[in-house]
Design a protein around this ligand. Structure first.
Ligand SMILES: CC(C)(COP(=O)(O)OP(=O)(O)OC[C@H]1O[C@@H](n2cnc3c(N)ncnc32)[C@H](O)[C@@H]1OP(=O)(O)O)[C@@H](O)C(=O)NCCC(=O)NCCS
Length: 156
């Protein structure tokens, strides 16, 4: 079982593995944008968290979230295919939502590929609602579906 104690901020040595996972399970069929240098820049950006789920040296999954004044944008989230449906994605998301509550940010948005039914089911399971569709958002190759979640107030 995975818990939030298995989640931590990524370190520079994680960049290559995260980039490879993004390319394989998120950016397949698209030009590779989330390369190791971009991830390193995200790790160095004070308004962005790159987080990993790790057991020992095994990277189980990762997420990238950018924080604004009023809302956050979940840019990427993925788990290794071999450990799907074991709560890894949910634990990454719960950890990030914890940071939003501490920061007083109540809104989180994201886009996912329109053909990615599994991710959309995952986000709906976690209370995200579809807000719109964006034609050709992914390099003109695929539409995006945008989702939004309003977090409850602390203690609610
Ligand atoms: C979407 C993704 C992150 C989910 O990660 P995960 O670790 O498997 O998620 P969890 O085990 O925490 O799933 C929690 C719940 O979400 C729902 N869910 C997750 N994956 C699902 C799928 N493929 N189909 C339907 N429902 C799904 C289920 O309700 C699941 O609970 P259950 O297993 O008890 O039925 C993972 O499938 C993934 O990395 N996909 C490729 C990358 C991607 O699409 N990222 C999102 C867009 S950036």
């Amino acid at each position: 079982m995975i818990t939030e104690s298995d989640i931590s901020l990524a370190v520079p040595d994680d960049a290559v593995a995260i980039a490879a996972l993004s390319r394989r399970v998120i950016e397949h069929g698209l030009e590779w944008r989330w390369t190791a240098p971009r991830l390193l820049a995200s790790m160095a950006d004070a308004d962005t968290n790159v987080v990993v789920a790790r057991r020992g040296t095994d990277l189980l999954g990762f997420a990238v979230m950018k924080y604004g004044e009023e809302e956050a944008h979940l840019l990427l989230l993925a788990t290794q295919p071999r450990c799907r449906r074991q709560g890894v994605g949910s634990t990454l998301l719960a950890w990030l939502e914890g940071t939003l509550r501490v920061a007083g940010i109540r809104t989180v948005k994201l886009e996912t590929r329109s053909g990615n039914a599994g991710a959309q089911a995952f986000y709906r399971h976690h209370g995200f609602v579809e807000i719109n569709r964006r034609s050709g958002y992914y390099q003109g190759v695929e539409d995006a579906v945008s989702y939004l979640k309003q977090l409850g107030l602390p203690g609610a």
